[in-house]
Design a protein around this ligand. Structure first.
Ligand SMILES: [Fe+2]
Ligand SMILES: [Fe+2]
Length: 177
């Protein structure tokens, strides 16, 4: 399997959560009520799975190794856009956490801001994923030998293995503070 195999499989699960995010943003808007438990689940998914696990492998391994190659300017441009989009999503999710806390504390005036952020994320992710799946991943693989691809795939598995330990260690450390 090429290293982009697991990344594309992860895209399919991210798309399913993003579909929920879109549906719920419309529902919250219509009902003028936010299900903060849904937001908690979506935030955990986006922070841990979409950002840490998925963007982590893209940025810390794939993009790191691509940066060492003589990429054609078009691919380099796409890679820079992808990094910017990751960063945009990271900020949007931090804002969502912040605004959701306000809502939970009783400030219902932030409801349109919550709906807007959810809709923005739901808009961004499918386009981002399409860009990677259709225009970036396969051309990138041409820069790596079979051996380099196998080593990358192996590093992906190692990266994934550490995550659950990292997540729960951070939770315990957060409580201990
Ligand atoms: Fe990405
Ligand atoms: Fe991706």
């Amino acid at each position: 399997m090429m290293p982009i195999g697991p990344l594309m499989i992860e895209h399919r699960l991210i798309e399913r959560m993003i579909r929920q995010l879109k549906d719920k943003s419309q529902k919250f808007n219509q009902e003028k009520e936010v299900d903060t438990l849904f937001i908690d689940k979506a935030v955990d998914f986006i922070m841990m799975y979409a950002d840490r696990c998925h963007h982590g492998k893209e940025e810390d391994i794939l993009f790191r190794d691509l940066a060492k190659k003589q990429l054609n300017p078009e691919l380099k441009k796409i890679m820079d856009e992808l990094v910017n989009e990751h960063s945009y999503a990271r900020n949007a999710i931090k804002n969502l956490v912040f605004i959701k806390a306000k809502y939970r504390q009783g400030d219902k005036t932030v409801l349109p801001d919550i709906v807007k952020l959810m809709a923005e994320l739901a808009e961004l992710y499918p386009k981002h994923i399409e860009k990677e799946d259709k225009y970036f991943f396969l051309p990138c693989m041409k820069y790596f030998s079979k051996e380099e691809q196998a080593a990358m795939l192996n590093e992906f598995w190692e990266f994934d293995k550490k995550l659950i330990h990292e997540k729960y260690k951070a939770i315990v450390e957060g409580i201990e503070k």
